[in-house]
Design a protein around this ligand. Structure first.
Ligand code: TXA
Ligand code: MG
Length: 347
């Protein structure tokens, strides 16, 4: 299969690519689309055969369910049941954060094929704020399943070229909407009412751009209560210890004095803010240094550059990528979550 990249460019280019993408979705094909977090590999979420193509292209195991995108609350209600006890909180969160990088786990309606939810009775739902994606789903008028457009377990794509290097020959069409504005995947939450308590509990199953600080006024935050499920078949999907992994071994060095370079080896550095005083820049002769947010270090900027920088360092053919730790606050929590999973198989 040949993979075609369509650049959107001006207004007319956007209109043409929207209509092409919708054609592909209507005929049951997969297509890679930009979202504000990472690029997604999209298919009609109500068409089991089309969704099977996502699993095939990504080489994704069937136990890992897909995220379903909707155009708004009305479409959400066609695929999910909303328990009365959480309805008010859900509606407040939707008003506050949609369209945006917040995914809700909700009881699924029968219309959603089993393959989408890996047989679970819940479905993960979000609404993207990327204008091209929004235009496509508004025109298509049906929910769109779209997990990240990378091979299973590897680095998430934040540009059309990254999708190409992940899925060339596996997807017929990539809509190039430029670089993703958030850079890490959506926050996934589950809202649960607690008897005797006014505020519900909000479980963060995957940290992302919508941070605990932003969510805490809406409920009691529980961070990833089941994060200890491991390796192959997680009871809480999406929590695989090893994920987002480069081909090159990756190590997080939490303090510069704990790193002793081996003279025969070549290293590259993933630096948070590229400052000498942090103690990493002169630890050895780095083949390359990628800095996530030069200067004072801004976490949202670091998030946007993170997967892009990791992918760049992975192409150098060095023996090891060394990463500085990222401050674990705000969106830094999501970056460190990805870094830890990316380094897991090498630790
Ligand atoms: O930002 C995002 O969420 C991107 C863009 C493309 O939308 N998508 C994304 O999809 O990150 P994916 O497939 O790479 O990650 C979705 C995660 C998976 O880890 C999956 O296990 C989890 O969501 N998930 C899906 N359905 C679930 C469910 N019913 N219960 C718990 N976790 C679920
Ligand atoms: Mg993914």
């Amino acid at each position: 299969m040949e993979t075609v990249i369509i650049e959107t460019g001006n207004q007319q280019g956007i209109r043409e690519s929207v209509s092409l993408a919708v054609d592909y979705l209507e005929k049951g094909s997969i297509v890679a689309l930009p979202t504000e977090t990472v690029y997604g590999l999209a298919a009609n979420a109500l068409d089991a055969k089309a969704c099977a193509k996502i699993f095939e292209a990504k080489e994704r195991p069937e136990f890992d369910p897909l995220i379903v995108h909707v155009s708004g609350e009305k479409m959400l209600r066609t695929i999910a049941d909303i328990p009365e006890q959480i309805e008010a909180t859900l509606s407040t969160l939707i008003n506050e954060f949609w369209p945006g990088a917040l995914t809700f786990i909700l009881p699924k309606k029968e219309i959603v094929p089993e393959i989408v939810t890996s047989g679970l009775d819940t479905v993960a739902v979000r609404r993207s704020k990327n204008p091209i994606f929004a235009e496509i789903i508004n025109t298509f008028e049906l929910p769109i399943a779209a997990p990240s457009a990378n091979r299973f377990g590897s680095i998430s794509p934040t540009s059309a070229n990254a999708v190409l290097s992940e899925l060339s020959g596996k997807v017929p069409l990539i809509i190039d909407g430029g670089a993703c504005s958030e850079g890490v995947e959506s926050t996934i939450i589950k809202i649960e009412s607690v008897t005797g308590r006014k505020k519900p509990s909000i479980q963060i199953l995957r940290p992302g751009p919508v941070t605990p600080e932003m969510l805490k006024k809406f409920g009691k935050i529980e961070k990833n209560p089941k994060s200890k499920t491991s390796s192959k078949e997680p009871t809480s999907p999406g929590q695989l210890d090893s994920h987002y992994a480069p081909i090159t071994p990756l190590r997080i060095v939490s303090s510069p004095d704990t790193f002793t370079p081996e003279p025969s080896k070549k290293y590259a550095l993933l630096s948070y803010r590229g400052q000498k005083k942090d103690g990493y820049l002169e630890l050895c002769e780095w083949v390359q240094i990628e800095t996530l947010s030069p200067g004072s270090g801004k976490l949202p900027e670091a998030a946007v550059r993170f997967f892009f920088a990791l992918r760049k360092l992975d192409q150098l053919g060095v023996d090891e990528i060394i990463s500085e730790p990222i401050p674990e606050r705000g969106i830094g929590l999501a970056i460190m979550d990805r870094l830890k999973r990316a380094s897991h198989k090498y630790s």
